[in-house]
Design a protein around this ligand. Structure first.
Ligand code: KG4
Length: 338
């Protein structure tokens, strides 16, 4: 018998619903919220209100695109955390209501597990998925983590940022350059035309596998401040070189610890995930790194790098197969680790 899972994601500013049948993606609908653009960041209260408006049409559209009726669902999977509490509450409450109404099981999903497991979303039967154990570099607006994945439900954080995440470094530096939020994709675009060796920024020297991006951010700020003092048009005139140099530095920081983690664990497979894994430079660096060492690289489709319900549905699918269901009195968590 087929297992059909509806995934619901509402942890931040994307309302998403997806349907997965026996591990194969049937639909993945994402409604992004443009309401935050003018504020330079996500406004939590506006995010939860937008989720409330979006969730019914988004779920209806995911079912329609999948060509299934809601009564065919085997389980409803939803993001329980981490994320913005108000946003999480919308998805959680909707998932509970639908699960009760349809009398089908409810499965809670850790958003971070979703990012890690996004490589298991298949479009066809013969799509290749990672073999355990593998290492994931999870890089997003809120996380920079190196995770050893032994099984769908057995993940260990080997290292993580002690201050800013890689995405924050992109976004905050982009902000001082006058770029819109989120700045990461703009830096990516500009970097393609810039000289990456033009500027040197500080790199952290912390032991182990932990990351740090706040020193880079400060050094970037000081470079701009000093340069603008003598030439007010400095940023405008050097956009591409600044972006390329910033991106190169972030990638070097990420790759240094990734290399260390690969050596320590001896894994044969490396995957990346999270919003920053959409970055062209990061994707190329990881692909080159793996190729040079004979490792298998899993680089996600861009649609699965940012928040999406397909990854929630696949994580929920594995939990469902394992009989791990969620009670109706369970609540969302703003903070949740792997
Ligand atoms: O995983 P994600 O969608 O959600 C949060 O953690 O909030 O990641 C968002 C982050 C933002 O910091 C954004 O600037 C970054 O991912 N990002 C990128 C690119 N696309 C998204 N950073 C660099 N290059 C990109 N192409």
């Amino acid at each position: 018998m087929s297992i059909t899972v509806l995934g619901i994601e509402s942890s931040c500013d994307d309302t998403s619903a997806a349907v997965i049948r026996d591990g194969i993606l049937l639909s993945n609908v994402i409604a992004s919220q443009s309401v935050h653009e003018e504020y330079g960041g996500v406004v939590p209260e506006l995010a939860s209100r937008a989720h409330q408006q979006n969730i019914v049409p988004v779920v209806a559209s995911a079912l329609k695109r999948a060509g299934i009726d809601k009564n065919e669902l085997s389980a409803i999977a939803f993001t329980r955390g981490p994320g913005l509490l108000g946003s999480l509450l919308v998805g959680t409450s909707f998932a509970k209501g639908l699960s009760l109404g349809l009398r089908c099981p409810l499965v809670d999903v850790n958003h971070l597990h979703g990012h890690v497991l996004s490589h298991f979303i298949k479009h066809n039967e013969d799509d290749v998925v990672p073999e355990y154990p593998f290492l994931t570099l999870l890089v997003s607006g809120g996380n920079s983590q190196l995770i050893l994945v032994r099984a769908y439900n057995d993940m260990e954080i080997l290292g993580q940022t002690i201050d800013d995440a890689a995405g924050e470094a992109f976004d905050k530096c982009a902000k001082v350059m006058g770029l819109p939020y989120p700045g990461g994709p703009h830096i990516d675009r500009l970097a393609a035309e810039g000289d990456a060796s033009r500027f040197q920024f500080a790199k952290p020297r912390i032991p182990g596998l932990d990351y740090s991006f706040s020193g880079l951010k400060t050094s970037f700020l000081y470079t701009l401040r000093d340069a603008v003092a003598s030439d007010p048009d400095f940023v405008k005139a050097n956009m591409a070189d600044l972006a390329a140099s910033l991106q190169r530095t972030i990638i070097e920081i990420l790759m240094q610890k990734l290399e260390k983690a690969v050596k320590l664990t001896g894994v044969k497979t490396v995957a990346i995930g999270g919003g920053v894994s959409a970055n062209s430079g990061v994707r190329q660096a990881v692909a080159d790194f793996c190729k040079a060492r004979g490792l298998k690289a899993f680089i996600p489709e861009r649609a699965f790098t940012t928040d999406n319900a397909a990854m929630v549905a696949i994580a929920g699918y594995y939990k469902y197969l394992d009989g791990k269901f969620c009670r109706y009195d369970e609540v969302p968590f703003a903070r949740l680790t792997v």
